[in-house]
Write a protein that binds this ligand. Structure first.
Ligand SMILES: [Zn+2]
Length: 160
C-alpha cells in the first residue's frame, strides 16, 4: 500500500488520505530534510506543490508527485490516475485524521462518557485512535467527505 509524506500546504489532502487508509505524514511546519530522509527510509511518496522539493526528490531518487493547487478533488484524481491509488479503501483501514495513528473499533458502552450525549443517541459505531485516543464516528462530516471522494472518482470532463 502506498505511503506518503505530504508537504505543509497539503493539510486537507493528508486528512483525506488518512480517511482512505493511507499512512500519511504531515507537518504544519515544513521540515524538508526530515521529509526527504524519512521518505527515502520508509519508501514514502512525497506529495508537494513545491518545484524545489520535487527537484530535490528526483535528485535523491525519492518517489514524488507534484500536486495540483486547484482542489482536493483534482489532487485525489491525480493520485488515482498516476499511482493507481484506490479511492475505495474499506473503513476498517481508516487512520486518525489528526495524528495518522491506527483506529480500533470500540463498543459504545466503553466510550460513552467521552462523547457528546446527542452523538451517543444517534450513532452506534465508534472508532478510537490507538495513538492520540481521539474518538471518531461517521457523523454528518463523514457524509461530506464521502461526497468529495465520490466526486473525485468521476473524471473532470464528466463532471456536473
Ligand atoms: Zn490520533
Amino acid at each position: 500500500m502506498n505511503k506518503f509524506y505530504a508537504d505543509s500546504m497539503l493539510g486537507k489532502l493528508s486528512r483525506f488520505l488518512r480517511f482512505l487508509g493511507y499512512d500519511t505524514i504531515y507537518r504544519s511546519e515544513e521540515k524538508v530534510e526530515e521529509m526527504l530522509e524519512l521518505s527515502l527510509k520508509e519508501n514514502r511518496t512525497v506529495l508537494s506543490q513545491s518545484k524545489q522539493i520535487i527537484a530535490q526528490c528526483s535528485k535523491r531518487n525519492i518517489k514524488s508527485l507534484n500536486m495540483p493547487t486547484k482542489s482536493i478533488t483534482d489532487q485525489l484524481r491525480k493520485l488515482n490516475s498516476h499511482l493507481d491509488l484506490s479511492l475505495d479503501v474499506p473503513p476498517s483501514k481508516m487512520r486518525c485524521s489528526i495524528c495518522n495513528g491506527g483506529l480500533k473499533g470500540r463498543e459504545k458502552t466503553e466510550i460513552i462518557d467521552q462523547i457528546p450525549k446527542g452523538t451517543a443517541k444517534f450513532y452506534n459505531d465508534f472508532w478510537q485512535c490507538t495513538s492520540c485516543k481521539k474518538i471518531f464516528w461517521m457523523g454528518s462530516h463523514w457524509e461530506d467527505i464521502k461526497k468529495i471522494i465520490e466526486k473525485s472518482k468521476i473524471s473532470e470532463e464528466n463532471e456536473n
